[in-house]
Ligand binder design. Structure first.
Ligand SMILES: Nc1ncnc2c1ncn2[C@@H]1O[C@H](COP(=O)(O)OP(=O)(O)OP(=O)(O)O)[C@@H](O)[C@H]1O
Ligand SMILES: [Mg+2]
Length: 263
């Protein structure tokens, strides 16, 4: 369970560059909840993920994960139980290490680093099996340096790495936005499969309204540092693109960057 209580993030306080990026963010997620987050550029979506993962220090408030208060826990310590993917497929993997070495590192997260690159035959077989399940043929290229993979292949691998030790929270920051439409769908389907199979509490930022309602069980609409709307249950299921437009205009949210052209 993730509890976020009145979290504020203020960048450069007391200066002319002061920016109140998160304002009294308050929500609770139950295990297995899959929240999609939409909102215009600069709404505070990535800052929320930064606060949750510890890469940005909160100015006030509390974050509690599975009963443990993690508000000020260092980011590298949170990385043991929080998985994160970014838009850039080149973030999140070590480019000059092979697929299997990257998986080995992810698998040994939280264990002694010196052991990380020693991969047993048993682990190799395990990695082979999970790569095979991706259906991308990566199991045949286990010793290939990751830099030689395409963006989609890398993102699939990053997803596998983020979930190989089941995280307690998975944060996806527009993780399919840089991929072509076909690969993007492939990665989204893979995401849904992994998340469901392991009942991973997940938050996904997207500018794709269609995806925001297709995946997950809740949607947060963010604007100007706040969660202005939470959609779940029947009201979410019956949500049409016109309703989202209305919601956006009610809250004066810029539509320019929202991908609605597919409709
Ligand atoms: N480290 C920082 N220092 C100062 N200001 C920051 C910092 N990080 C983010 N901001 C500001 O906080 C606000 C929220 O930014 P954030 O990146 O969270 O937006 P976002 O909702 O993820 O937008 P996008 O859809 O463009 O990714 C923006 O005004 C941004 O300029
Ligand atoms: Mg962002």
């Amino acid at each position: 369970m993730l509890e976020v209580n009145k979290v504020n993030v203020i960048f450069n306080p007391g200066t002319i560059h002061e920016k109140h990026a998160l304002k009294d963010i308050d929500f609770v997620l139950n295990d297995g909840d899959f929240v999609t987050i939409i909102g215009s550029n600069g709404a505070g979506k990535s800052t929320l993920f930064n606060a949750l993962s510890g890469s940005v220090e909160v100015s006030s408030g509390m974050i509690k994960n599975d009963g443990q208060i993690i508000t000020y826990l260092k980011d590298y310590k949170r990385a043991r139980f929080i998985g994160r993917l970014f838009q850039d497929p080149f973030q999140g993997t070590a480019p000059n290490l092979s697929i299997i070495q990257n998986l080995g590192l992810a698998y040994s997260r939280g264990k002694k680093q010196s052991l990380a690159l020693a991969i047993s035959r048993k682990d190799r077989q395990y990695f082979y099996d999970i790569l095979k399940r991706l259906g991308l043929g990566l199991e045949q290229r286990m010793d290939t340096p990751v830099r030689l993979l395409s963006g989609g292949q890398r993102q699939a691998l990053t997803l596998l790495m983020a979930t190989i030790v089941t995280p307690s929270l998975l944060l996806l920051d527009e993780h399919t936005a840089a991929l072509d439409p076909k690969t993007s769908i492939q990665i989204m389907e893979l995401t849904e499969k992994i998340v469901k199979e392991n009942n991973i509490t997940t938050m996904m930022i997207t500018h794709d309204i269609e995806d925001a309602f297709k995946y997950g069980n809740k949607t947060f609409v963010m604007n100007n540092g706040k969660i202005v709307f939470v959609l779940e249950g029947e009201s979410r299921k019956s949500m049409k693109i016109e309703d989202v437009m209305k919601l956006y205009s009610t809250y004066n949210i810029a539509l320019s960057d929202v991908n609605v052209l597919k409709q």
